[in-house]
Unconditional design. Structure first.
Length: 236
């Protein structure tokens, strides 16, 4: 990416089986073919410690993990990811694509685990020093469709994927509410659309984001927040 520009941060969100990984990979390939430097990463994970935490919180067989512990594990992984991977890449002027970010914790632990969306959001904004995406792509998937996709070929579901459909329904509603609260920062697409159609729509929106003058993109780069302080707008 041109050094005159600051980095651009795009998050992919949605329920399990929405196709986030597929679409993030397709967008990365499209942008790289145009000469941009792209970092495609994921959560939980993205760092050595994050990958260990990912295994701890998603794999079966680690014993009971209560909701508060689960939320803290995700926040810890995200803190390392933001400081060690995302911020440095943005500083180099790269385009960062992450498969999941703060919205996932707000939806899964805040709504799905009933910990409270505001409390979980505040925890993660503190953990990331207020680092926010310029754009969030939300792929909206029906819980039943998501499960069918996840188990196609008899694939095993992880600890969160295997939760009941009621859990995933609460998560879906939370994602949609987050997008409705700041529509200018989201692209919401139905996950059942053909892969090619989704990729085309996503690239079109990202082209619009990148088409602004370099200084406009630079002005939009998220800045660190004072730990514990509220983020303007309260959105992801």
């Amino acid at each position: 990416m041109n050094k005159e520009r600051a980095g651009v941060f795009i998050a992919f969100e949605g329920g399990d089986g929405a196709g986030k990984s597929t679409q993030a990979a397709r967008l990365a390939a499209a942008l790289e073919s145009r000469g941009y430097t792209v970092l495609h990463t994921r959560e939980p994970g993205g760092t050595p410690v994050g990958e260990k935490l990912r295994s701890l919180v998603l794999d079966h067989g680690n014993g009971d993990i209560d909701a508060h512990t689960e939320a803290l594990i995700f926040a810890a992984s995200r803190a390392a990811h933001a400081s060690q991977v995302i911020r440095p890449a943005l500083g180099r002027g790269e385009i960062v694509l992450t498969d999941r970010y703060i919205d996932s914790s707000v939806a899964y632990q805040g709504a799905g685990r009933n910990l409270g969306q505001d409390a979980v959001r505040s925890l993660n904004e503190w953990a990331t020093s207020g680092l926010q995406p310029h754009l969030t792509v939300l792929l909206d998937v029906d819980p039943g469709m998501g499960r069918r996709r996840r188990t196609a070929g008899q694939a095993a579901e992880d600890r969160l994927e295997s939760e009941a459909d009621e859990f995933h329904t609460r998560i879906r509603g939370a994602f949609l509410d987050l997008a409705a609260s700041r529509p200018e920062s989201y692209l919401v697409l139905p996950a059942h659309l053909p892969v090619e159609d989704l990729a085309e729509r996503i690239l079109e929106r990202v082209d619009t984001l990148l088409a602004g003058p370099p200084e406009a993109v630079e002005d939009a780069v998220p800045q660190p927040a004072v730990p514990g302080a509220a983020i303007d707008g309260g959105g992801p």
